[in-house]
Design a binder for this molecule. Structure first.
Ligand SMILES: Cc1cc2nc3c(=O)[nH]c(=O)nc-3n(C[C@H](O)[C@H](O)[C@H](O)COP(=O)(O)OP(=O)(O)OC[C@H]3O[C@@H](n4cnc5c(N)ncnc54)[C@H](O)[C@@H]3O)c2cc1C
Length: 571
């Protein structure tokens, strides 16, 4: 029976329809047939992934998985289905960020198009996907970073109802090959949000100047310039404040996949690390006989399973979202910020264990150690996502709302709501159900009980008051956000555990890790320059030692040890 981790050996997700299963399997088979030698050699040679794009084109991989039903015509398997998009993101991450990234930026490039009512642009984009083309998302500019309000991509009216666009974009993935580049800019002479425009450009147009790849990697993260680029009504996707909403809503859709990419990277790393360490004998003993190595493996494994449980459950909230249930707007930045950071932690733990092996030319871990660093930083840094998460703190911790239970969503539906999310504002009107409910369900598990005490203590901290200066001080607020995020993370993990029957030992071990994390963040809050005497007292009182149970630890360790030798990429 397949275990909780993705494995190319036995992957056949029964939850999907036959064509989805075929496509996912074909992708795995393509990577395995090409083999590990080619994978690592191409990575180190920084060879562009043109062969992967050819494979994807031939299989209609992106066209099938990324065309919403409204543009699907008679193709029965095309739909925008977050569950299978997440599944492919995990698989591509498993083989490396170099393959996940062109898929991811295609998703981002499609965001403004599928949110647009421009039928010409929509049909053209669907045709590009059918031809095996990819897309790009042209938001960032060299001088403006996260400040997307500031754009120097300027559209000047051409006097015939269209525009000429001139300006540069920076850090734009697929900008070397994309036939649909969704570009954010502003109309000259118009003030404020009314000036914003999202339009499409084609990288093969003579007025589109590709300047260079700004990263020294296999992926192509372009700097490009438009010079007098003609923009007609057929190219305009959004204007005014709607263009800005389209940018944010696109990132909402796209950044979800970073966590699945990170989970895939961490899974492949775990197979390689356990197989190496468990079979390596030093001083007459296995490396995995060292108690600290076992502890690191168990921590890596439980953090990885926790990230999977959370992200799989977040898919359900994403797919069930509607104008009256926008809870995904909290779970999404948690997915992005927390799960990618956790995946990075997992890879760091594993590379600490295997040490020199994670520097070798033929190790996947060498690739993973480089790739994993990007995920927490891209599409909003940890700080940017944390600022967003904190907006939900009051209404989440002190819920006023009720919501029907969100079921597991694995049905072959088109997630059309994601393309009509509406204005990005109004976050403070989003209501939550009682987060304590799943904690109560699992209160019999010792570390869930310990962690619940800490979560309750957090509500006491907030009730006692955060000073107005502390609210504005992001350095303080991020630590508060770390504490808060753990509670949200735990809620969805427990919900998913109930839905999937996760074993008690694993859950207990996961919450042992979270209890220790909470204690660490509480200590950090204690040490913040602005913490008050009362908050310092609170912090010390919130520290808990996780419940210790050698039987449980050994049971989880045995799950990790059993992974040794179960998967090795074909040479
Ligand atoms: C490999 C790669 C691929 C990329 N692909 C694309 C792409 O395809 N399309 C695209 O449009 N962009 C892309 N980007 C750009 C990416 O999203 C940028 O990282 C982003 O624009 C932020 O800019 P910056 O990293 O320069 O950080 P800056 O915005 O300069 O931020 C600097 C620091 O300030 C903090 N900060 C900024 N704003 C806030 C805030 N509001 N609250 C709290 N802290 C804040 C940040 O946390 C950060 O630590 C890519 C970048 C890379 C490296």
């Amino acid at each position: 029976m397949p275990g909780p981790l993705f494995s190319p050996v036995d992957y056949d997700p029964a939850r999907f329809d036959p064509e989805t299963r075929r496509l996912l399997r074909a992708t795995i088979d393509w990577f395995e047939a090409r083999g590990k030698r080619a994978l690592v050699a191409d990575f180190h040679a920084k060879r562009f992934h043109a062969d992967f794009l050819r494979f994807a084109a031939q299989e209609q991989l992106f066209a099938t998985l990324l065309t919403p039903r409204a543009e699907a015509g008679r193709a029965a398997d095309k739909r925008w289905d977050t569950a299978r998009i997440a599944a492919l993101s995990e698989i591509l991450g498993f083989y490396g960020l170099s393959y996940w990234y062109p898929w991811q930026v295609t998703i981002l490039g499609l965001g403004p198009v599928w949110q647009s009512g421009n039928q010409v642009a929509r049909a053209r984009t669907a045709a590009v996907l059918d031809e095996g083309g990819v897309c790009a998302f042209g938001l960032s500019e060299r001088d403006h970073g996260a400040d997307i309000y500031a754009t120097d991509m300027v559209l000047t009216p051409d006097g015939q109802g269209g525009y000429r666009a001139t300006g540069g974009k920076y850090y734009i993935g697929n900008g070397n090959v994309a036939r649909v580049v969704s570009v954010f800019g502003r109309v000259e002479g118009v003030e404020g949000p009314d000036a914003y425009v999202f339009f499409t450009a084609d990288s093969s147009h003579p007025n589109y100047h590709l300047i260079r790849n700004v990263v020294p990697q296999q992926i192509y993260v372009s700097e490009f310039r438009l010079e007098d680029y003609p923009v007609t009504a057929d190219d305009i996707l959004h204007t005014g404040p709607a263009a800005f909403d389209a940018a944010l809503n696109t990132v909402n859709i796209g950044k979800f996949n970073l966590s699945f990419g990170g989970i895939g990277i961490a899974e492949h790393s775990l197979y390689e690390a356990i197989t190496h360490a468990h079979n390596r004998v030093l001083y007459g003993n296995r490396v995995t006989d060292f108690p600290h190595v076992r502890a690191q493996f168990v921590e890596a494994y439980t953090r990885l399973l926790a990230a999977k449980l959370f992200c799989d459950r977040a898919v359900d909230y994403f797919r069930s979202a509607n104008p009256d249930d926008r809870r995904y707007l909290l779970f999404n930045p948690v997915t992005k910020m927390k799960a990618t950071t956790e995946a990075e932690r997992v890879v760091t733990l594993l590379t600490d264990i295997v040490a020199a092996k994670s520097f070798e030319a033929d190790s996947y871990l060498t690739i993973a150690a480089t790739d994993i660093r990007g995920l927490p930083k891209l599409e909003g840094t940890v700080a940017v996502n944390m600022a967003l998460i904190l907006k939900f703190l009051p209404q989440y911790l002190f819920p006023q709302g009720t919501h029907a239970d969100v079921p597991t969503r694995q049905t072959p539906d088109d997630d059309a709501f994601l393309f009509r999310q509406g204005p990005a504002r109004g976050l403070n009107t989003i209501t939550f159900a009682d987060w304590r409910e799943p904690y109560r369900t699992f209160h019999h598990i010792p570390n869930v009980a310990v962690f619940s005490e800490q979560a309750d203590a957090l509500t006491a901290l907030v009730t006692a008051g955060i000073t107005p200066d502390q609210t504005k001080d992001l350095d303080f607020a991020i630590t508060l956000g770390d504490l808060f995020t753990l509670v949200v993370y735990g809620q969805l993990i427990l919900e998913q555990a109930e839905l999937t029957g996760t074993d008690t030992h694993t859950l207990d071990q996961i919450f042992a890790t979270f209890t220790a994390d909470f204690s660490r963040y509480a200590t950090a809050l204690h040490n913040k320059p602005s913490s008050t005497a009362a908050q310092q007292k609170w912090a010390l009182s919130a520290i808990r030692k996780p419940d210790v149970d050698p039987t449980r630890f050994t049971a989880v360790w045995n799950q990790v040890a059993a992974l040794s030798g179960t998967y090795e990429m074909k040479p």
